[in-house]
Design a protein around this ligand. Structure first.
Ligand code: SAM
Length: 367
């Protein structure tokens, strides 16, 4: 999901910026606005250094974000084609208005630095407080955007990024994107991206960082498996590795059961090889037959993994809880608790078939 998908779009007007004194705070207002899904920031005083800092962040971490400095606040407020929200401790609690605000066409959110002139309180359509105590424009803006967009900031993706930060228990997990932006990649019919291009696809179609982390864990799992399997077994290694990376690409649009079908369509739309589209489409549960599919409201079709690569990816996915490897029993228990005995049985069948064919034990790959 991209900031451009969020409704209503938000622009932030930062008033009272003093280039010498407020450099850090105004920069943080802009960075916070960007990372929580706002479309851009307007600042009342011209500040070249602010432009430089924000441009560097956008270049490195991606997305589109507008910054205009040296604007006239009065003109911006008067001409804004939407509702104006002023964040102030003197206003009314956000809770009273959040529903109405979600329904507005677009919002201009005004935050101050020092004392905000009286006309802003009068011209604003809403004066909104985030607690009735004094704190800061950065914190009030964070809470406002978090509530307005329902906490979606963790799901946001910024296309064209050179670096993506992934969730990590300890230390730092950062991936460098070496492939050019998706718009510049060759997308011919039957295209099998390499690993770098597959990562670029994930980022540029809007896959949340936590899902990218899971996809990388699936690829690592596949690599470990390949290292144990005899070279006599015919596996298309590239298809397996890139398929592991792309199997959840549909979660850029939905975390529901439909993410497999969506992923398949998305890959086909990019001209990606049909075999990879099928990996995405058939990895749900342990595959879905026509009856399961129609019960779940999916287009009536058989989504059961057939090729060796499809089966391995489906199985690996069932042995991953987010990015951690877990025994298949964890997945089986979860399915049985939900009354999905058929899925559990199919997953066990796939495990038996793969362990025999590949002469491995999946539990030994858990580590
Ligand atoms: N004392 C100043 C005034 O009277 O407007 C506010 C200064 S405060 C450091 C800077 C900005 O933080 C304010 O203009 C407002 O946008 C925001 N702010 C601070 N506390 C707030 C609160 N409780 N609710 C909403 N916004 C707040």
């Amino acid at each position: 999901m991209f900031p451009e998908d969020l409704k209503p779009p938000v622009w932030v007007l930062r008033m009272g910026h003093r280039p010498g004194r407020d450099k850090r705070v105004t920069t943080h207002v802009a960075l916070l606005a960007r990372s929580f899904g706002a479309r851009g920031v307007l600042v009342d005083r011209r500040d070249e250094r602010l432009h430089q800092t924000v441009e560097e962040v956008v270049k490195r971490f991606g997305g589109n974000f507008a910054l205009r400095s040296g604007v006239s606040p009065k003109r911006e407020v008067e001409n804004f084609p939407g509702a104006v929200v002023h964040l102030t401790m003197y206003g009314e609690p956000l809770r009273w208005h959040v529903k109405e605000l979600k329904g507005e066409e677009r919002l201009l959110v005004v935050v101050g630095a020092e004392k905000v002139p009286g006309w802003v309180y009068q011209k604003a359509d809403y004066n909104i407080s985030i607690s009735q105590q004094p704190h800061s424009e950065i914190s009030s803006l964070a809470v406002f955007l978090h509530e307005l967009y329902g906490g979606v900031e963790e799901e946001l993706s910024f296309p064209g990024a050179r670096e993506v930060i992934l969730p990590a228990k300890k230390g730092k997990k950062v991936i460098s994107l070496e492939a050019p932006p998706l718009s510049e990649l060759k997308k011919e019919e039957g295209w099998i991206p390499d690993e770098k291009e597959a990562l670029r696809i994930l980022v540029d179609v809007g896959t949340p960082p936590a899902v990218i982390s899971h996809c990388l864990a699936a690829m690592e799992f596949s690599k470990d498996l390949l290292a144990r399997v005899s070279k006599n077994v015919k596996i298309d290694e590239r298809l397996l590795l890139v398929g592991s990376l792309l199997h959840d690409v549909g979660r850029s649009r939905s975390h529901g059961i439909d993410h497999g079908v969506i992923g398949g369509e998305l890959l086909r739309g990019l001209g990606v090889d049909e075999r990879l589209a099928k990996v995405a489409e058939r990895h749900i549960g342990a595959g879905l037959d026509e009856e399961d599919a129609s019960r779940l409201g999916l287009p009536p079709k058989r989504y059961v993994p057939e090729t060796l690569e499809e089966k391995i990816i489906t199985h690996i996915d069932n042995m991953l809880a987010d990015s951690e490897r877990v025994p298949l029993s964890t997945f089986l228990e979860r399915m049985r608790k939900r009354g999905l005995e058929k899925v559990a049985r199919r997953a066990l069948d796939i495990q038996m078939e793969l362990e025999t064919l590949l002469d491995i034990k999946f539990d030994e790959l858990i580590g």
